[in-house]
Design a protein around this ligand. Structure first.
Ligand SMILES: [Zn+2]
Length: 309
């Protein structure tokens, strides 16, 4: 069955036509998430109509929407974002999908959708107990136990691993807390981390206008002390997040995804080494797998949910 999947990312919106576990067509547009969701709906509608023929839209079973925040999947509404599309809780997306495309709609947290996409159409194949760690702008997590997606009483289980607190009086986060995993190690916090280093003014990084993990990797490769120390701190912080996820959800496999993961062994090797050294799993070793469809796993997960509904 064919489905339309919309991934409302913080910086980009991905839209795809998905059939039989494959993304047939997809496109992206700027999210402008700081300006709200209601303002983007006409553009999203226009983009879908440009991407798909009239026949393709008529042939679809439904629309799946992923949101980067807390989602009430039963009521098909956004509970709360995190500075992204702040008007989303008041936007009736089910009504929009029905009015504009005459289609039913489902909604899910984006990390949950990404995990389902990889579990059923990617690297997670065959796993019944899995956890996903997504290193993107922030840190996303999701968990499946016994084949069931973990959502919890208030739809906030599994998906808030990036906000596991690690420090008292730590750095302020985008959530109400301080010292969270993503406040300590993520793309959005990276410029702050680097500036806090005592040798920052001696590092070439102080000349850089834009600092992300690509920039950091370049400086790690030339053995810049600030870059090396910062990457070490980040990999250990993410490793601690993985260890907490293992204790919370007891998975057989950890799926790793997100734009930061693509920086490869320079990041993965120390992170996984730290997990192996410090985790307590008397039964054996948790397996690690890298996401196969980083760009499309959210769209694929929405497709799976729509076909299941
Ligand atoms: Zn937080």
């Amino acid at each position: 069955m064919t489905t339309i999947a919309i991934d409302l990312g913080g910086s980009r919106i991905k839209i795809g036509l998905v059939a039989d576990g494959k993304v047939l067509k997809s496109t992206m547009l700027d999210a402008n998430s700081g300006h709200g969701l209601q303002n983007r709906l006409t553009t999203i509608e226009d983009t879908i109509r440009r991407l798909l023929t009239k026949e393709e839209i008529e042939d679809t079973k439904g629309i799946g929407i992923a949101y980067p925040g807390l989602v009430n999947w039963k009521e098909k509404r956004v509970i709360q974002g995190n500075g992204k599309y702040t008007d989303a809780p008041s936007v009736d997306l089910e009504k929009w999908a029905k009015d504009v495309f005459q289609l039913p709609m489902i909604m899910e947290n984006d990390a949950n959708a990404a995990l389902l996409g990889e579990l059923y159409y990617g690297c997670g194949h065959g796993a019944e107990d899995a956890v996903m760690l997504i290193l993107g702008t922030g840190v996303g997590t999701a968990a499946v136990m016994g084949g069931q997606l973990i959502r919890g009483k208030h739809n906030q289980a599994g998906c808030l691993g990036g906000h596991f607190p690690t420090e008292i009086n730590g750095r302020p986060c985008t959530c109400p807390g301080r010292g969270c995993i993503e406040a300590n190690a993520s793309t959005w916090t990276l410029p702050r981390l680097i500036k806090e280093h005592k040798d920052y003014m001696q590092s070439g990084l102080c000349e850089e206008k834009m600092i992300d993990f690509k920039t950091l990797k370049e400086y790690v490769l030339i053995q810049d002390k600030v870059a090396v120390d910062t990457l070490d701190y980040c990999t250990k912080t993410w490793a601690n997040c993985i260890i907490s996820l293992i204790y919370a959800y007891d998975p057989e496999v950890i799926l790793l995804s997100g734009g930061v993961i693509k920086f490869g062994s320079i990041l993965l090797e120390p992170m996984l080494e730290y997990v192996k050294k410090n985790v307590w799993t008397p039964w054996g070793k948790v397996e690690f797998r890298i996401a196969e469809n980083t760009e499309h796993s959210v769209l694929l997960g929405l497709h799976w949910l729509l076909n299941k509904s």
